[in-house]
Design a protein around this ligand. Structure first.
Ligand code: NAD
Length: 440
């Protein structure tokens, strides 16, 4: 009650300070993200800036929590809507974006007047702790933003099951998200799920080949493929397939794999041993199902690599759409190449999974691009660009197994973390005929 009574512009001012503190502590936060999660300095720098930008976006929303005013059917009657807070939010986040995935949830929640309990991934607890300290320094009052550390099945599940929780916002695997949804269903509380992806890129016959290759390499191997928006399937028109694959293999094989701390690293390590084994396991599955390794495919174990979890950037060819590697999220540096006969076949293949997070099409034909934008079944679609995340003022989320209809970022975050109240104020001092009677 105390926090929701603070006026939204004042809540926004605190978020402004959080954003400034994130920026002034950028180097330390970048170093922490790199050390804890393993991504490269460049990738971590982008993530930290995105967290600051999310604070600034929501700071502005503190002066813009607009509702609607409209004319009532009756005279002397005011009709309006207001955004109101939902209450206590459980925020459960993954390790791959240890700072920004919290910012995406906590900052809109705070500006909407909600309080929150954050349960970060057990693989990235320190980054969450650092953000909490900055929030405290910025003036978030005690008890408004809370942090619980622990394993998902223990701390996370206890939080989700707690009857004091009014909303669960989860980012992570489709498996855990679905489980959380089932736990919450009997209580009918709002649950937002940002889950996995099996993101595809469609390269049409008139595409700029070099540009497409560069974007696919960047989409597939940045953060070693440990992104929800990672490019994991590329569908190339058969007339380009040989040349495209040749250039793709040359680029992927030349990528420098190494620790995120080294400035020349292009592909970072895998987050932990079990994830490394999972990636390696998918290569075995691929070969059993008849796919062929065109590049990579192995755990790197020699020399310095033996001290960490490194996997070669991998390209699989002869992939058929029904194979598990073409259907399941791998979350590693593994790209499957498939070919299409024509536009229709390409659309069929790109839409041929149960996920629907991001997708991209490469073409110089504006008609083909517009038709692809209409037909591709994904929450975020790009033309002539890699499958990356979203900007902080644009909604982000996916269809099918990738989400449950909610959006994060932009106004999606404000919609997520607020409830509508419809209000009528009658100042006529007399009983007016009701709408029901009028209709009779
Ligand atoms: P995960 O599902 O294993 O864990 C996510 C979070 O849920 C962690 O904090 C974990 O501790 C917690 N958790 C696990 N079991 C739980 C339970 N029973 N009850 C409550 N909480 C529980 O996912 P991960 O390995 O940390 O992250 C990788 C996944 O996240 C990938 O599938 C990726 O696609 C997805 N992801 C999605 C987006 C998006 O915006 N759609 C963004 C980033 C990551």
């Amino acid at each position: 009650p105390t926090w929701s009574a603070v006026r939204a512009p004042a809540r926004g001012r605190i978020l402004q300070r959080i954003g400034q503190l994130i920026e002034s502590n950028k180097d330390a936060l970048v170093a922490l993200v790199v050390r804890e999660m393993g991504k490269t300095i460049k990738e971590a720098t982008g993530e930290v800036q995105a967290a600051a930008d999310m604070a600034f976006f929501n700071a502005g929303e503190g002066r813009r929590l607009y509702g609607v005013t409209t004319q009532s059917e009756l005279v002397d009657r005011n009709a309006e809507t207001r955004r109101v807070p939902l209450g206590v939010c459980a925020l459960i986040t993954p390790w791959n974006a240890p700072l920004s995935s919290i910012a995406w949830k906590a900052f809109p929640a705070l500006v909407c007047g909600d309080t929150a309990v954050i349960k970060p991934s057990e693989d990235s607890p320190a980054t969450a702790d650092a953000l909490m300290r900055l929030a405290q320094e910025a003036g978030v009052p005690p008890g408004v933003l809370n942090l619980v550390q622990g394993l998902g099945e223990e701390a996370g599940e206890a939080l989700v099951r707690n009857p004091g929780i009014d909303l669960v916002s989860f980012t992570g695997s489709t498996e855990v998200g679905t489980h959380i949804n089932q736990i919450c269903a009997p209580r009918r509380i709002r649950v937002s799920l940002e889950m996995g992806g099996k993101n595809g890129v469609l390269v049409l016959s008139d595409a700029n080949l070099d540009h497409a290759v560069n974007c696919v390499v960047s989409g597939a191997y940045s953060m070693a493929g440990q992104r929800c928006a990672t490019t994991s399937r590329v569908i190339v028109h058969e007339s380009l397939a040989d040349e495209f694959t040749k250039r793709l293999v040359a680029k992927a094989a030349a990528l420098k794999v190494g620790p995120g701390t080294q400035p020349d690293t292009m592909v970072c390590p895998i987050v932990n041993r079990s994830q490394l084994q999972r990636v390696a396991g998918y290569i075995e599955i691929a070969e059993r199902e008849g796919a062929r390794i065109a590049c990579g495919g192995h755990v790197l174990e020699q020399g310095e690599y033996a001290k960490g979890c490194f996997f070669e950037p991998t390209i699989l060819v002869d992939v058929r759409p029904e194979m598990r590697i073409a259907q399941e999220e791998i979350f590693g540096p593994v790209l499957s190449v498939m070919t299409c006969r024509d536009f229709e076949h390409g659309i069929e293949l790109i839409n041929g999974t149960n996920y629907g997070l991001t997708a991209s099409v490469f073409t110089r034909d504006v008609s083909a691009a517009m038709r692809a934008l209409e037909r591709i079944h994904a929450g975020v679609v790009y033309v002539n660009a890699p499958t990356f995340g979203s900007e902080v003022h644009m909604p982000f989320g996916g269809y099918g197994l990738s989400g449950n209809g909610h959006r994060e970022a932009g106004m999606g975050g404000i919609d997520m973390f607020s409830e509508w109240k419809t209000i009528y104020v009658d100042y006529s001092d007399q009983m007016q005929s009701t709408l029901l009677k009028d209709k009779k």
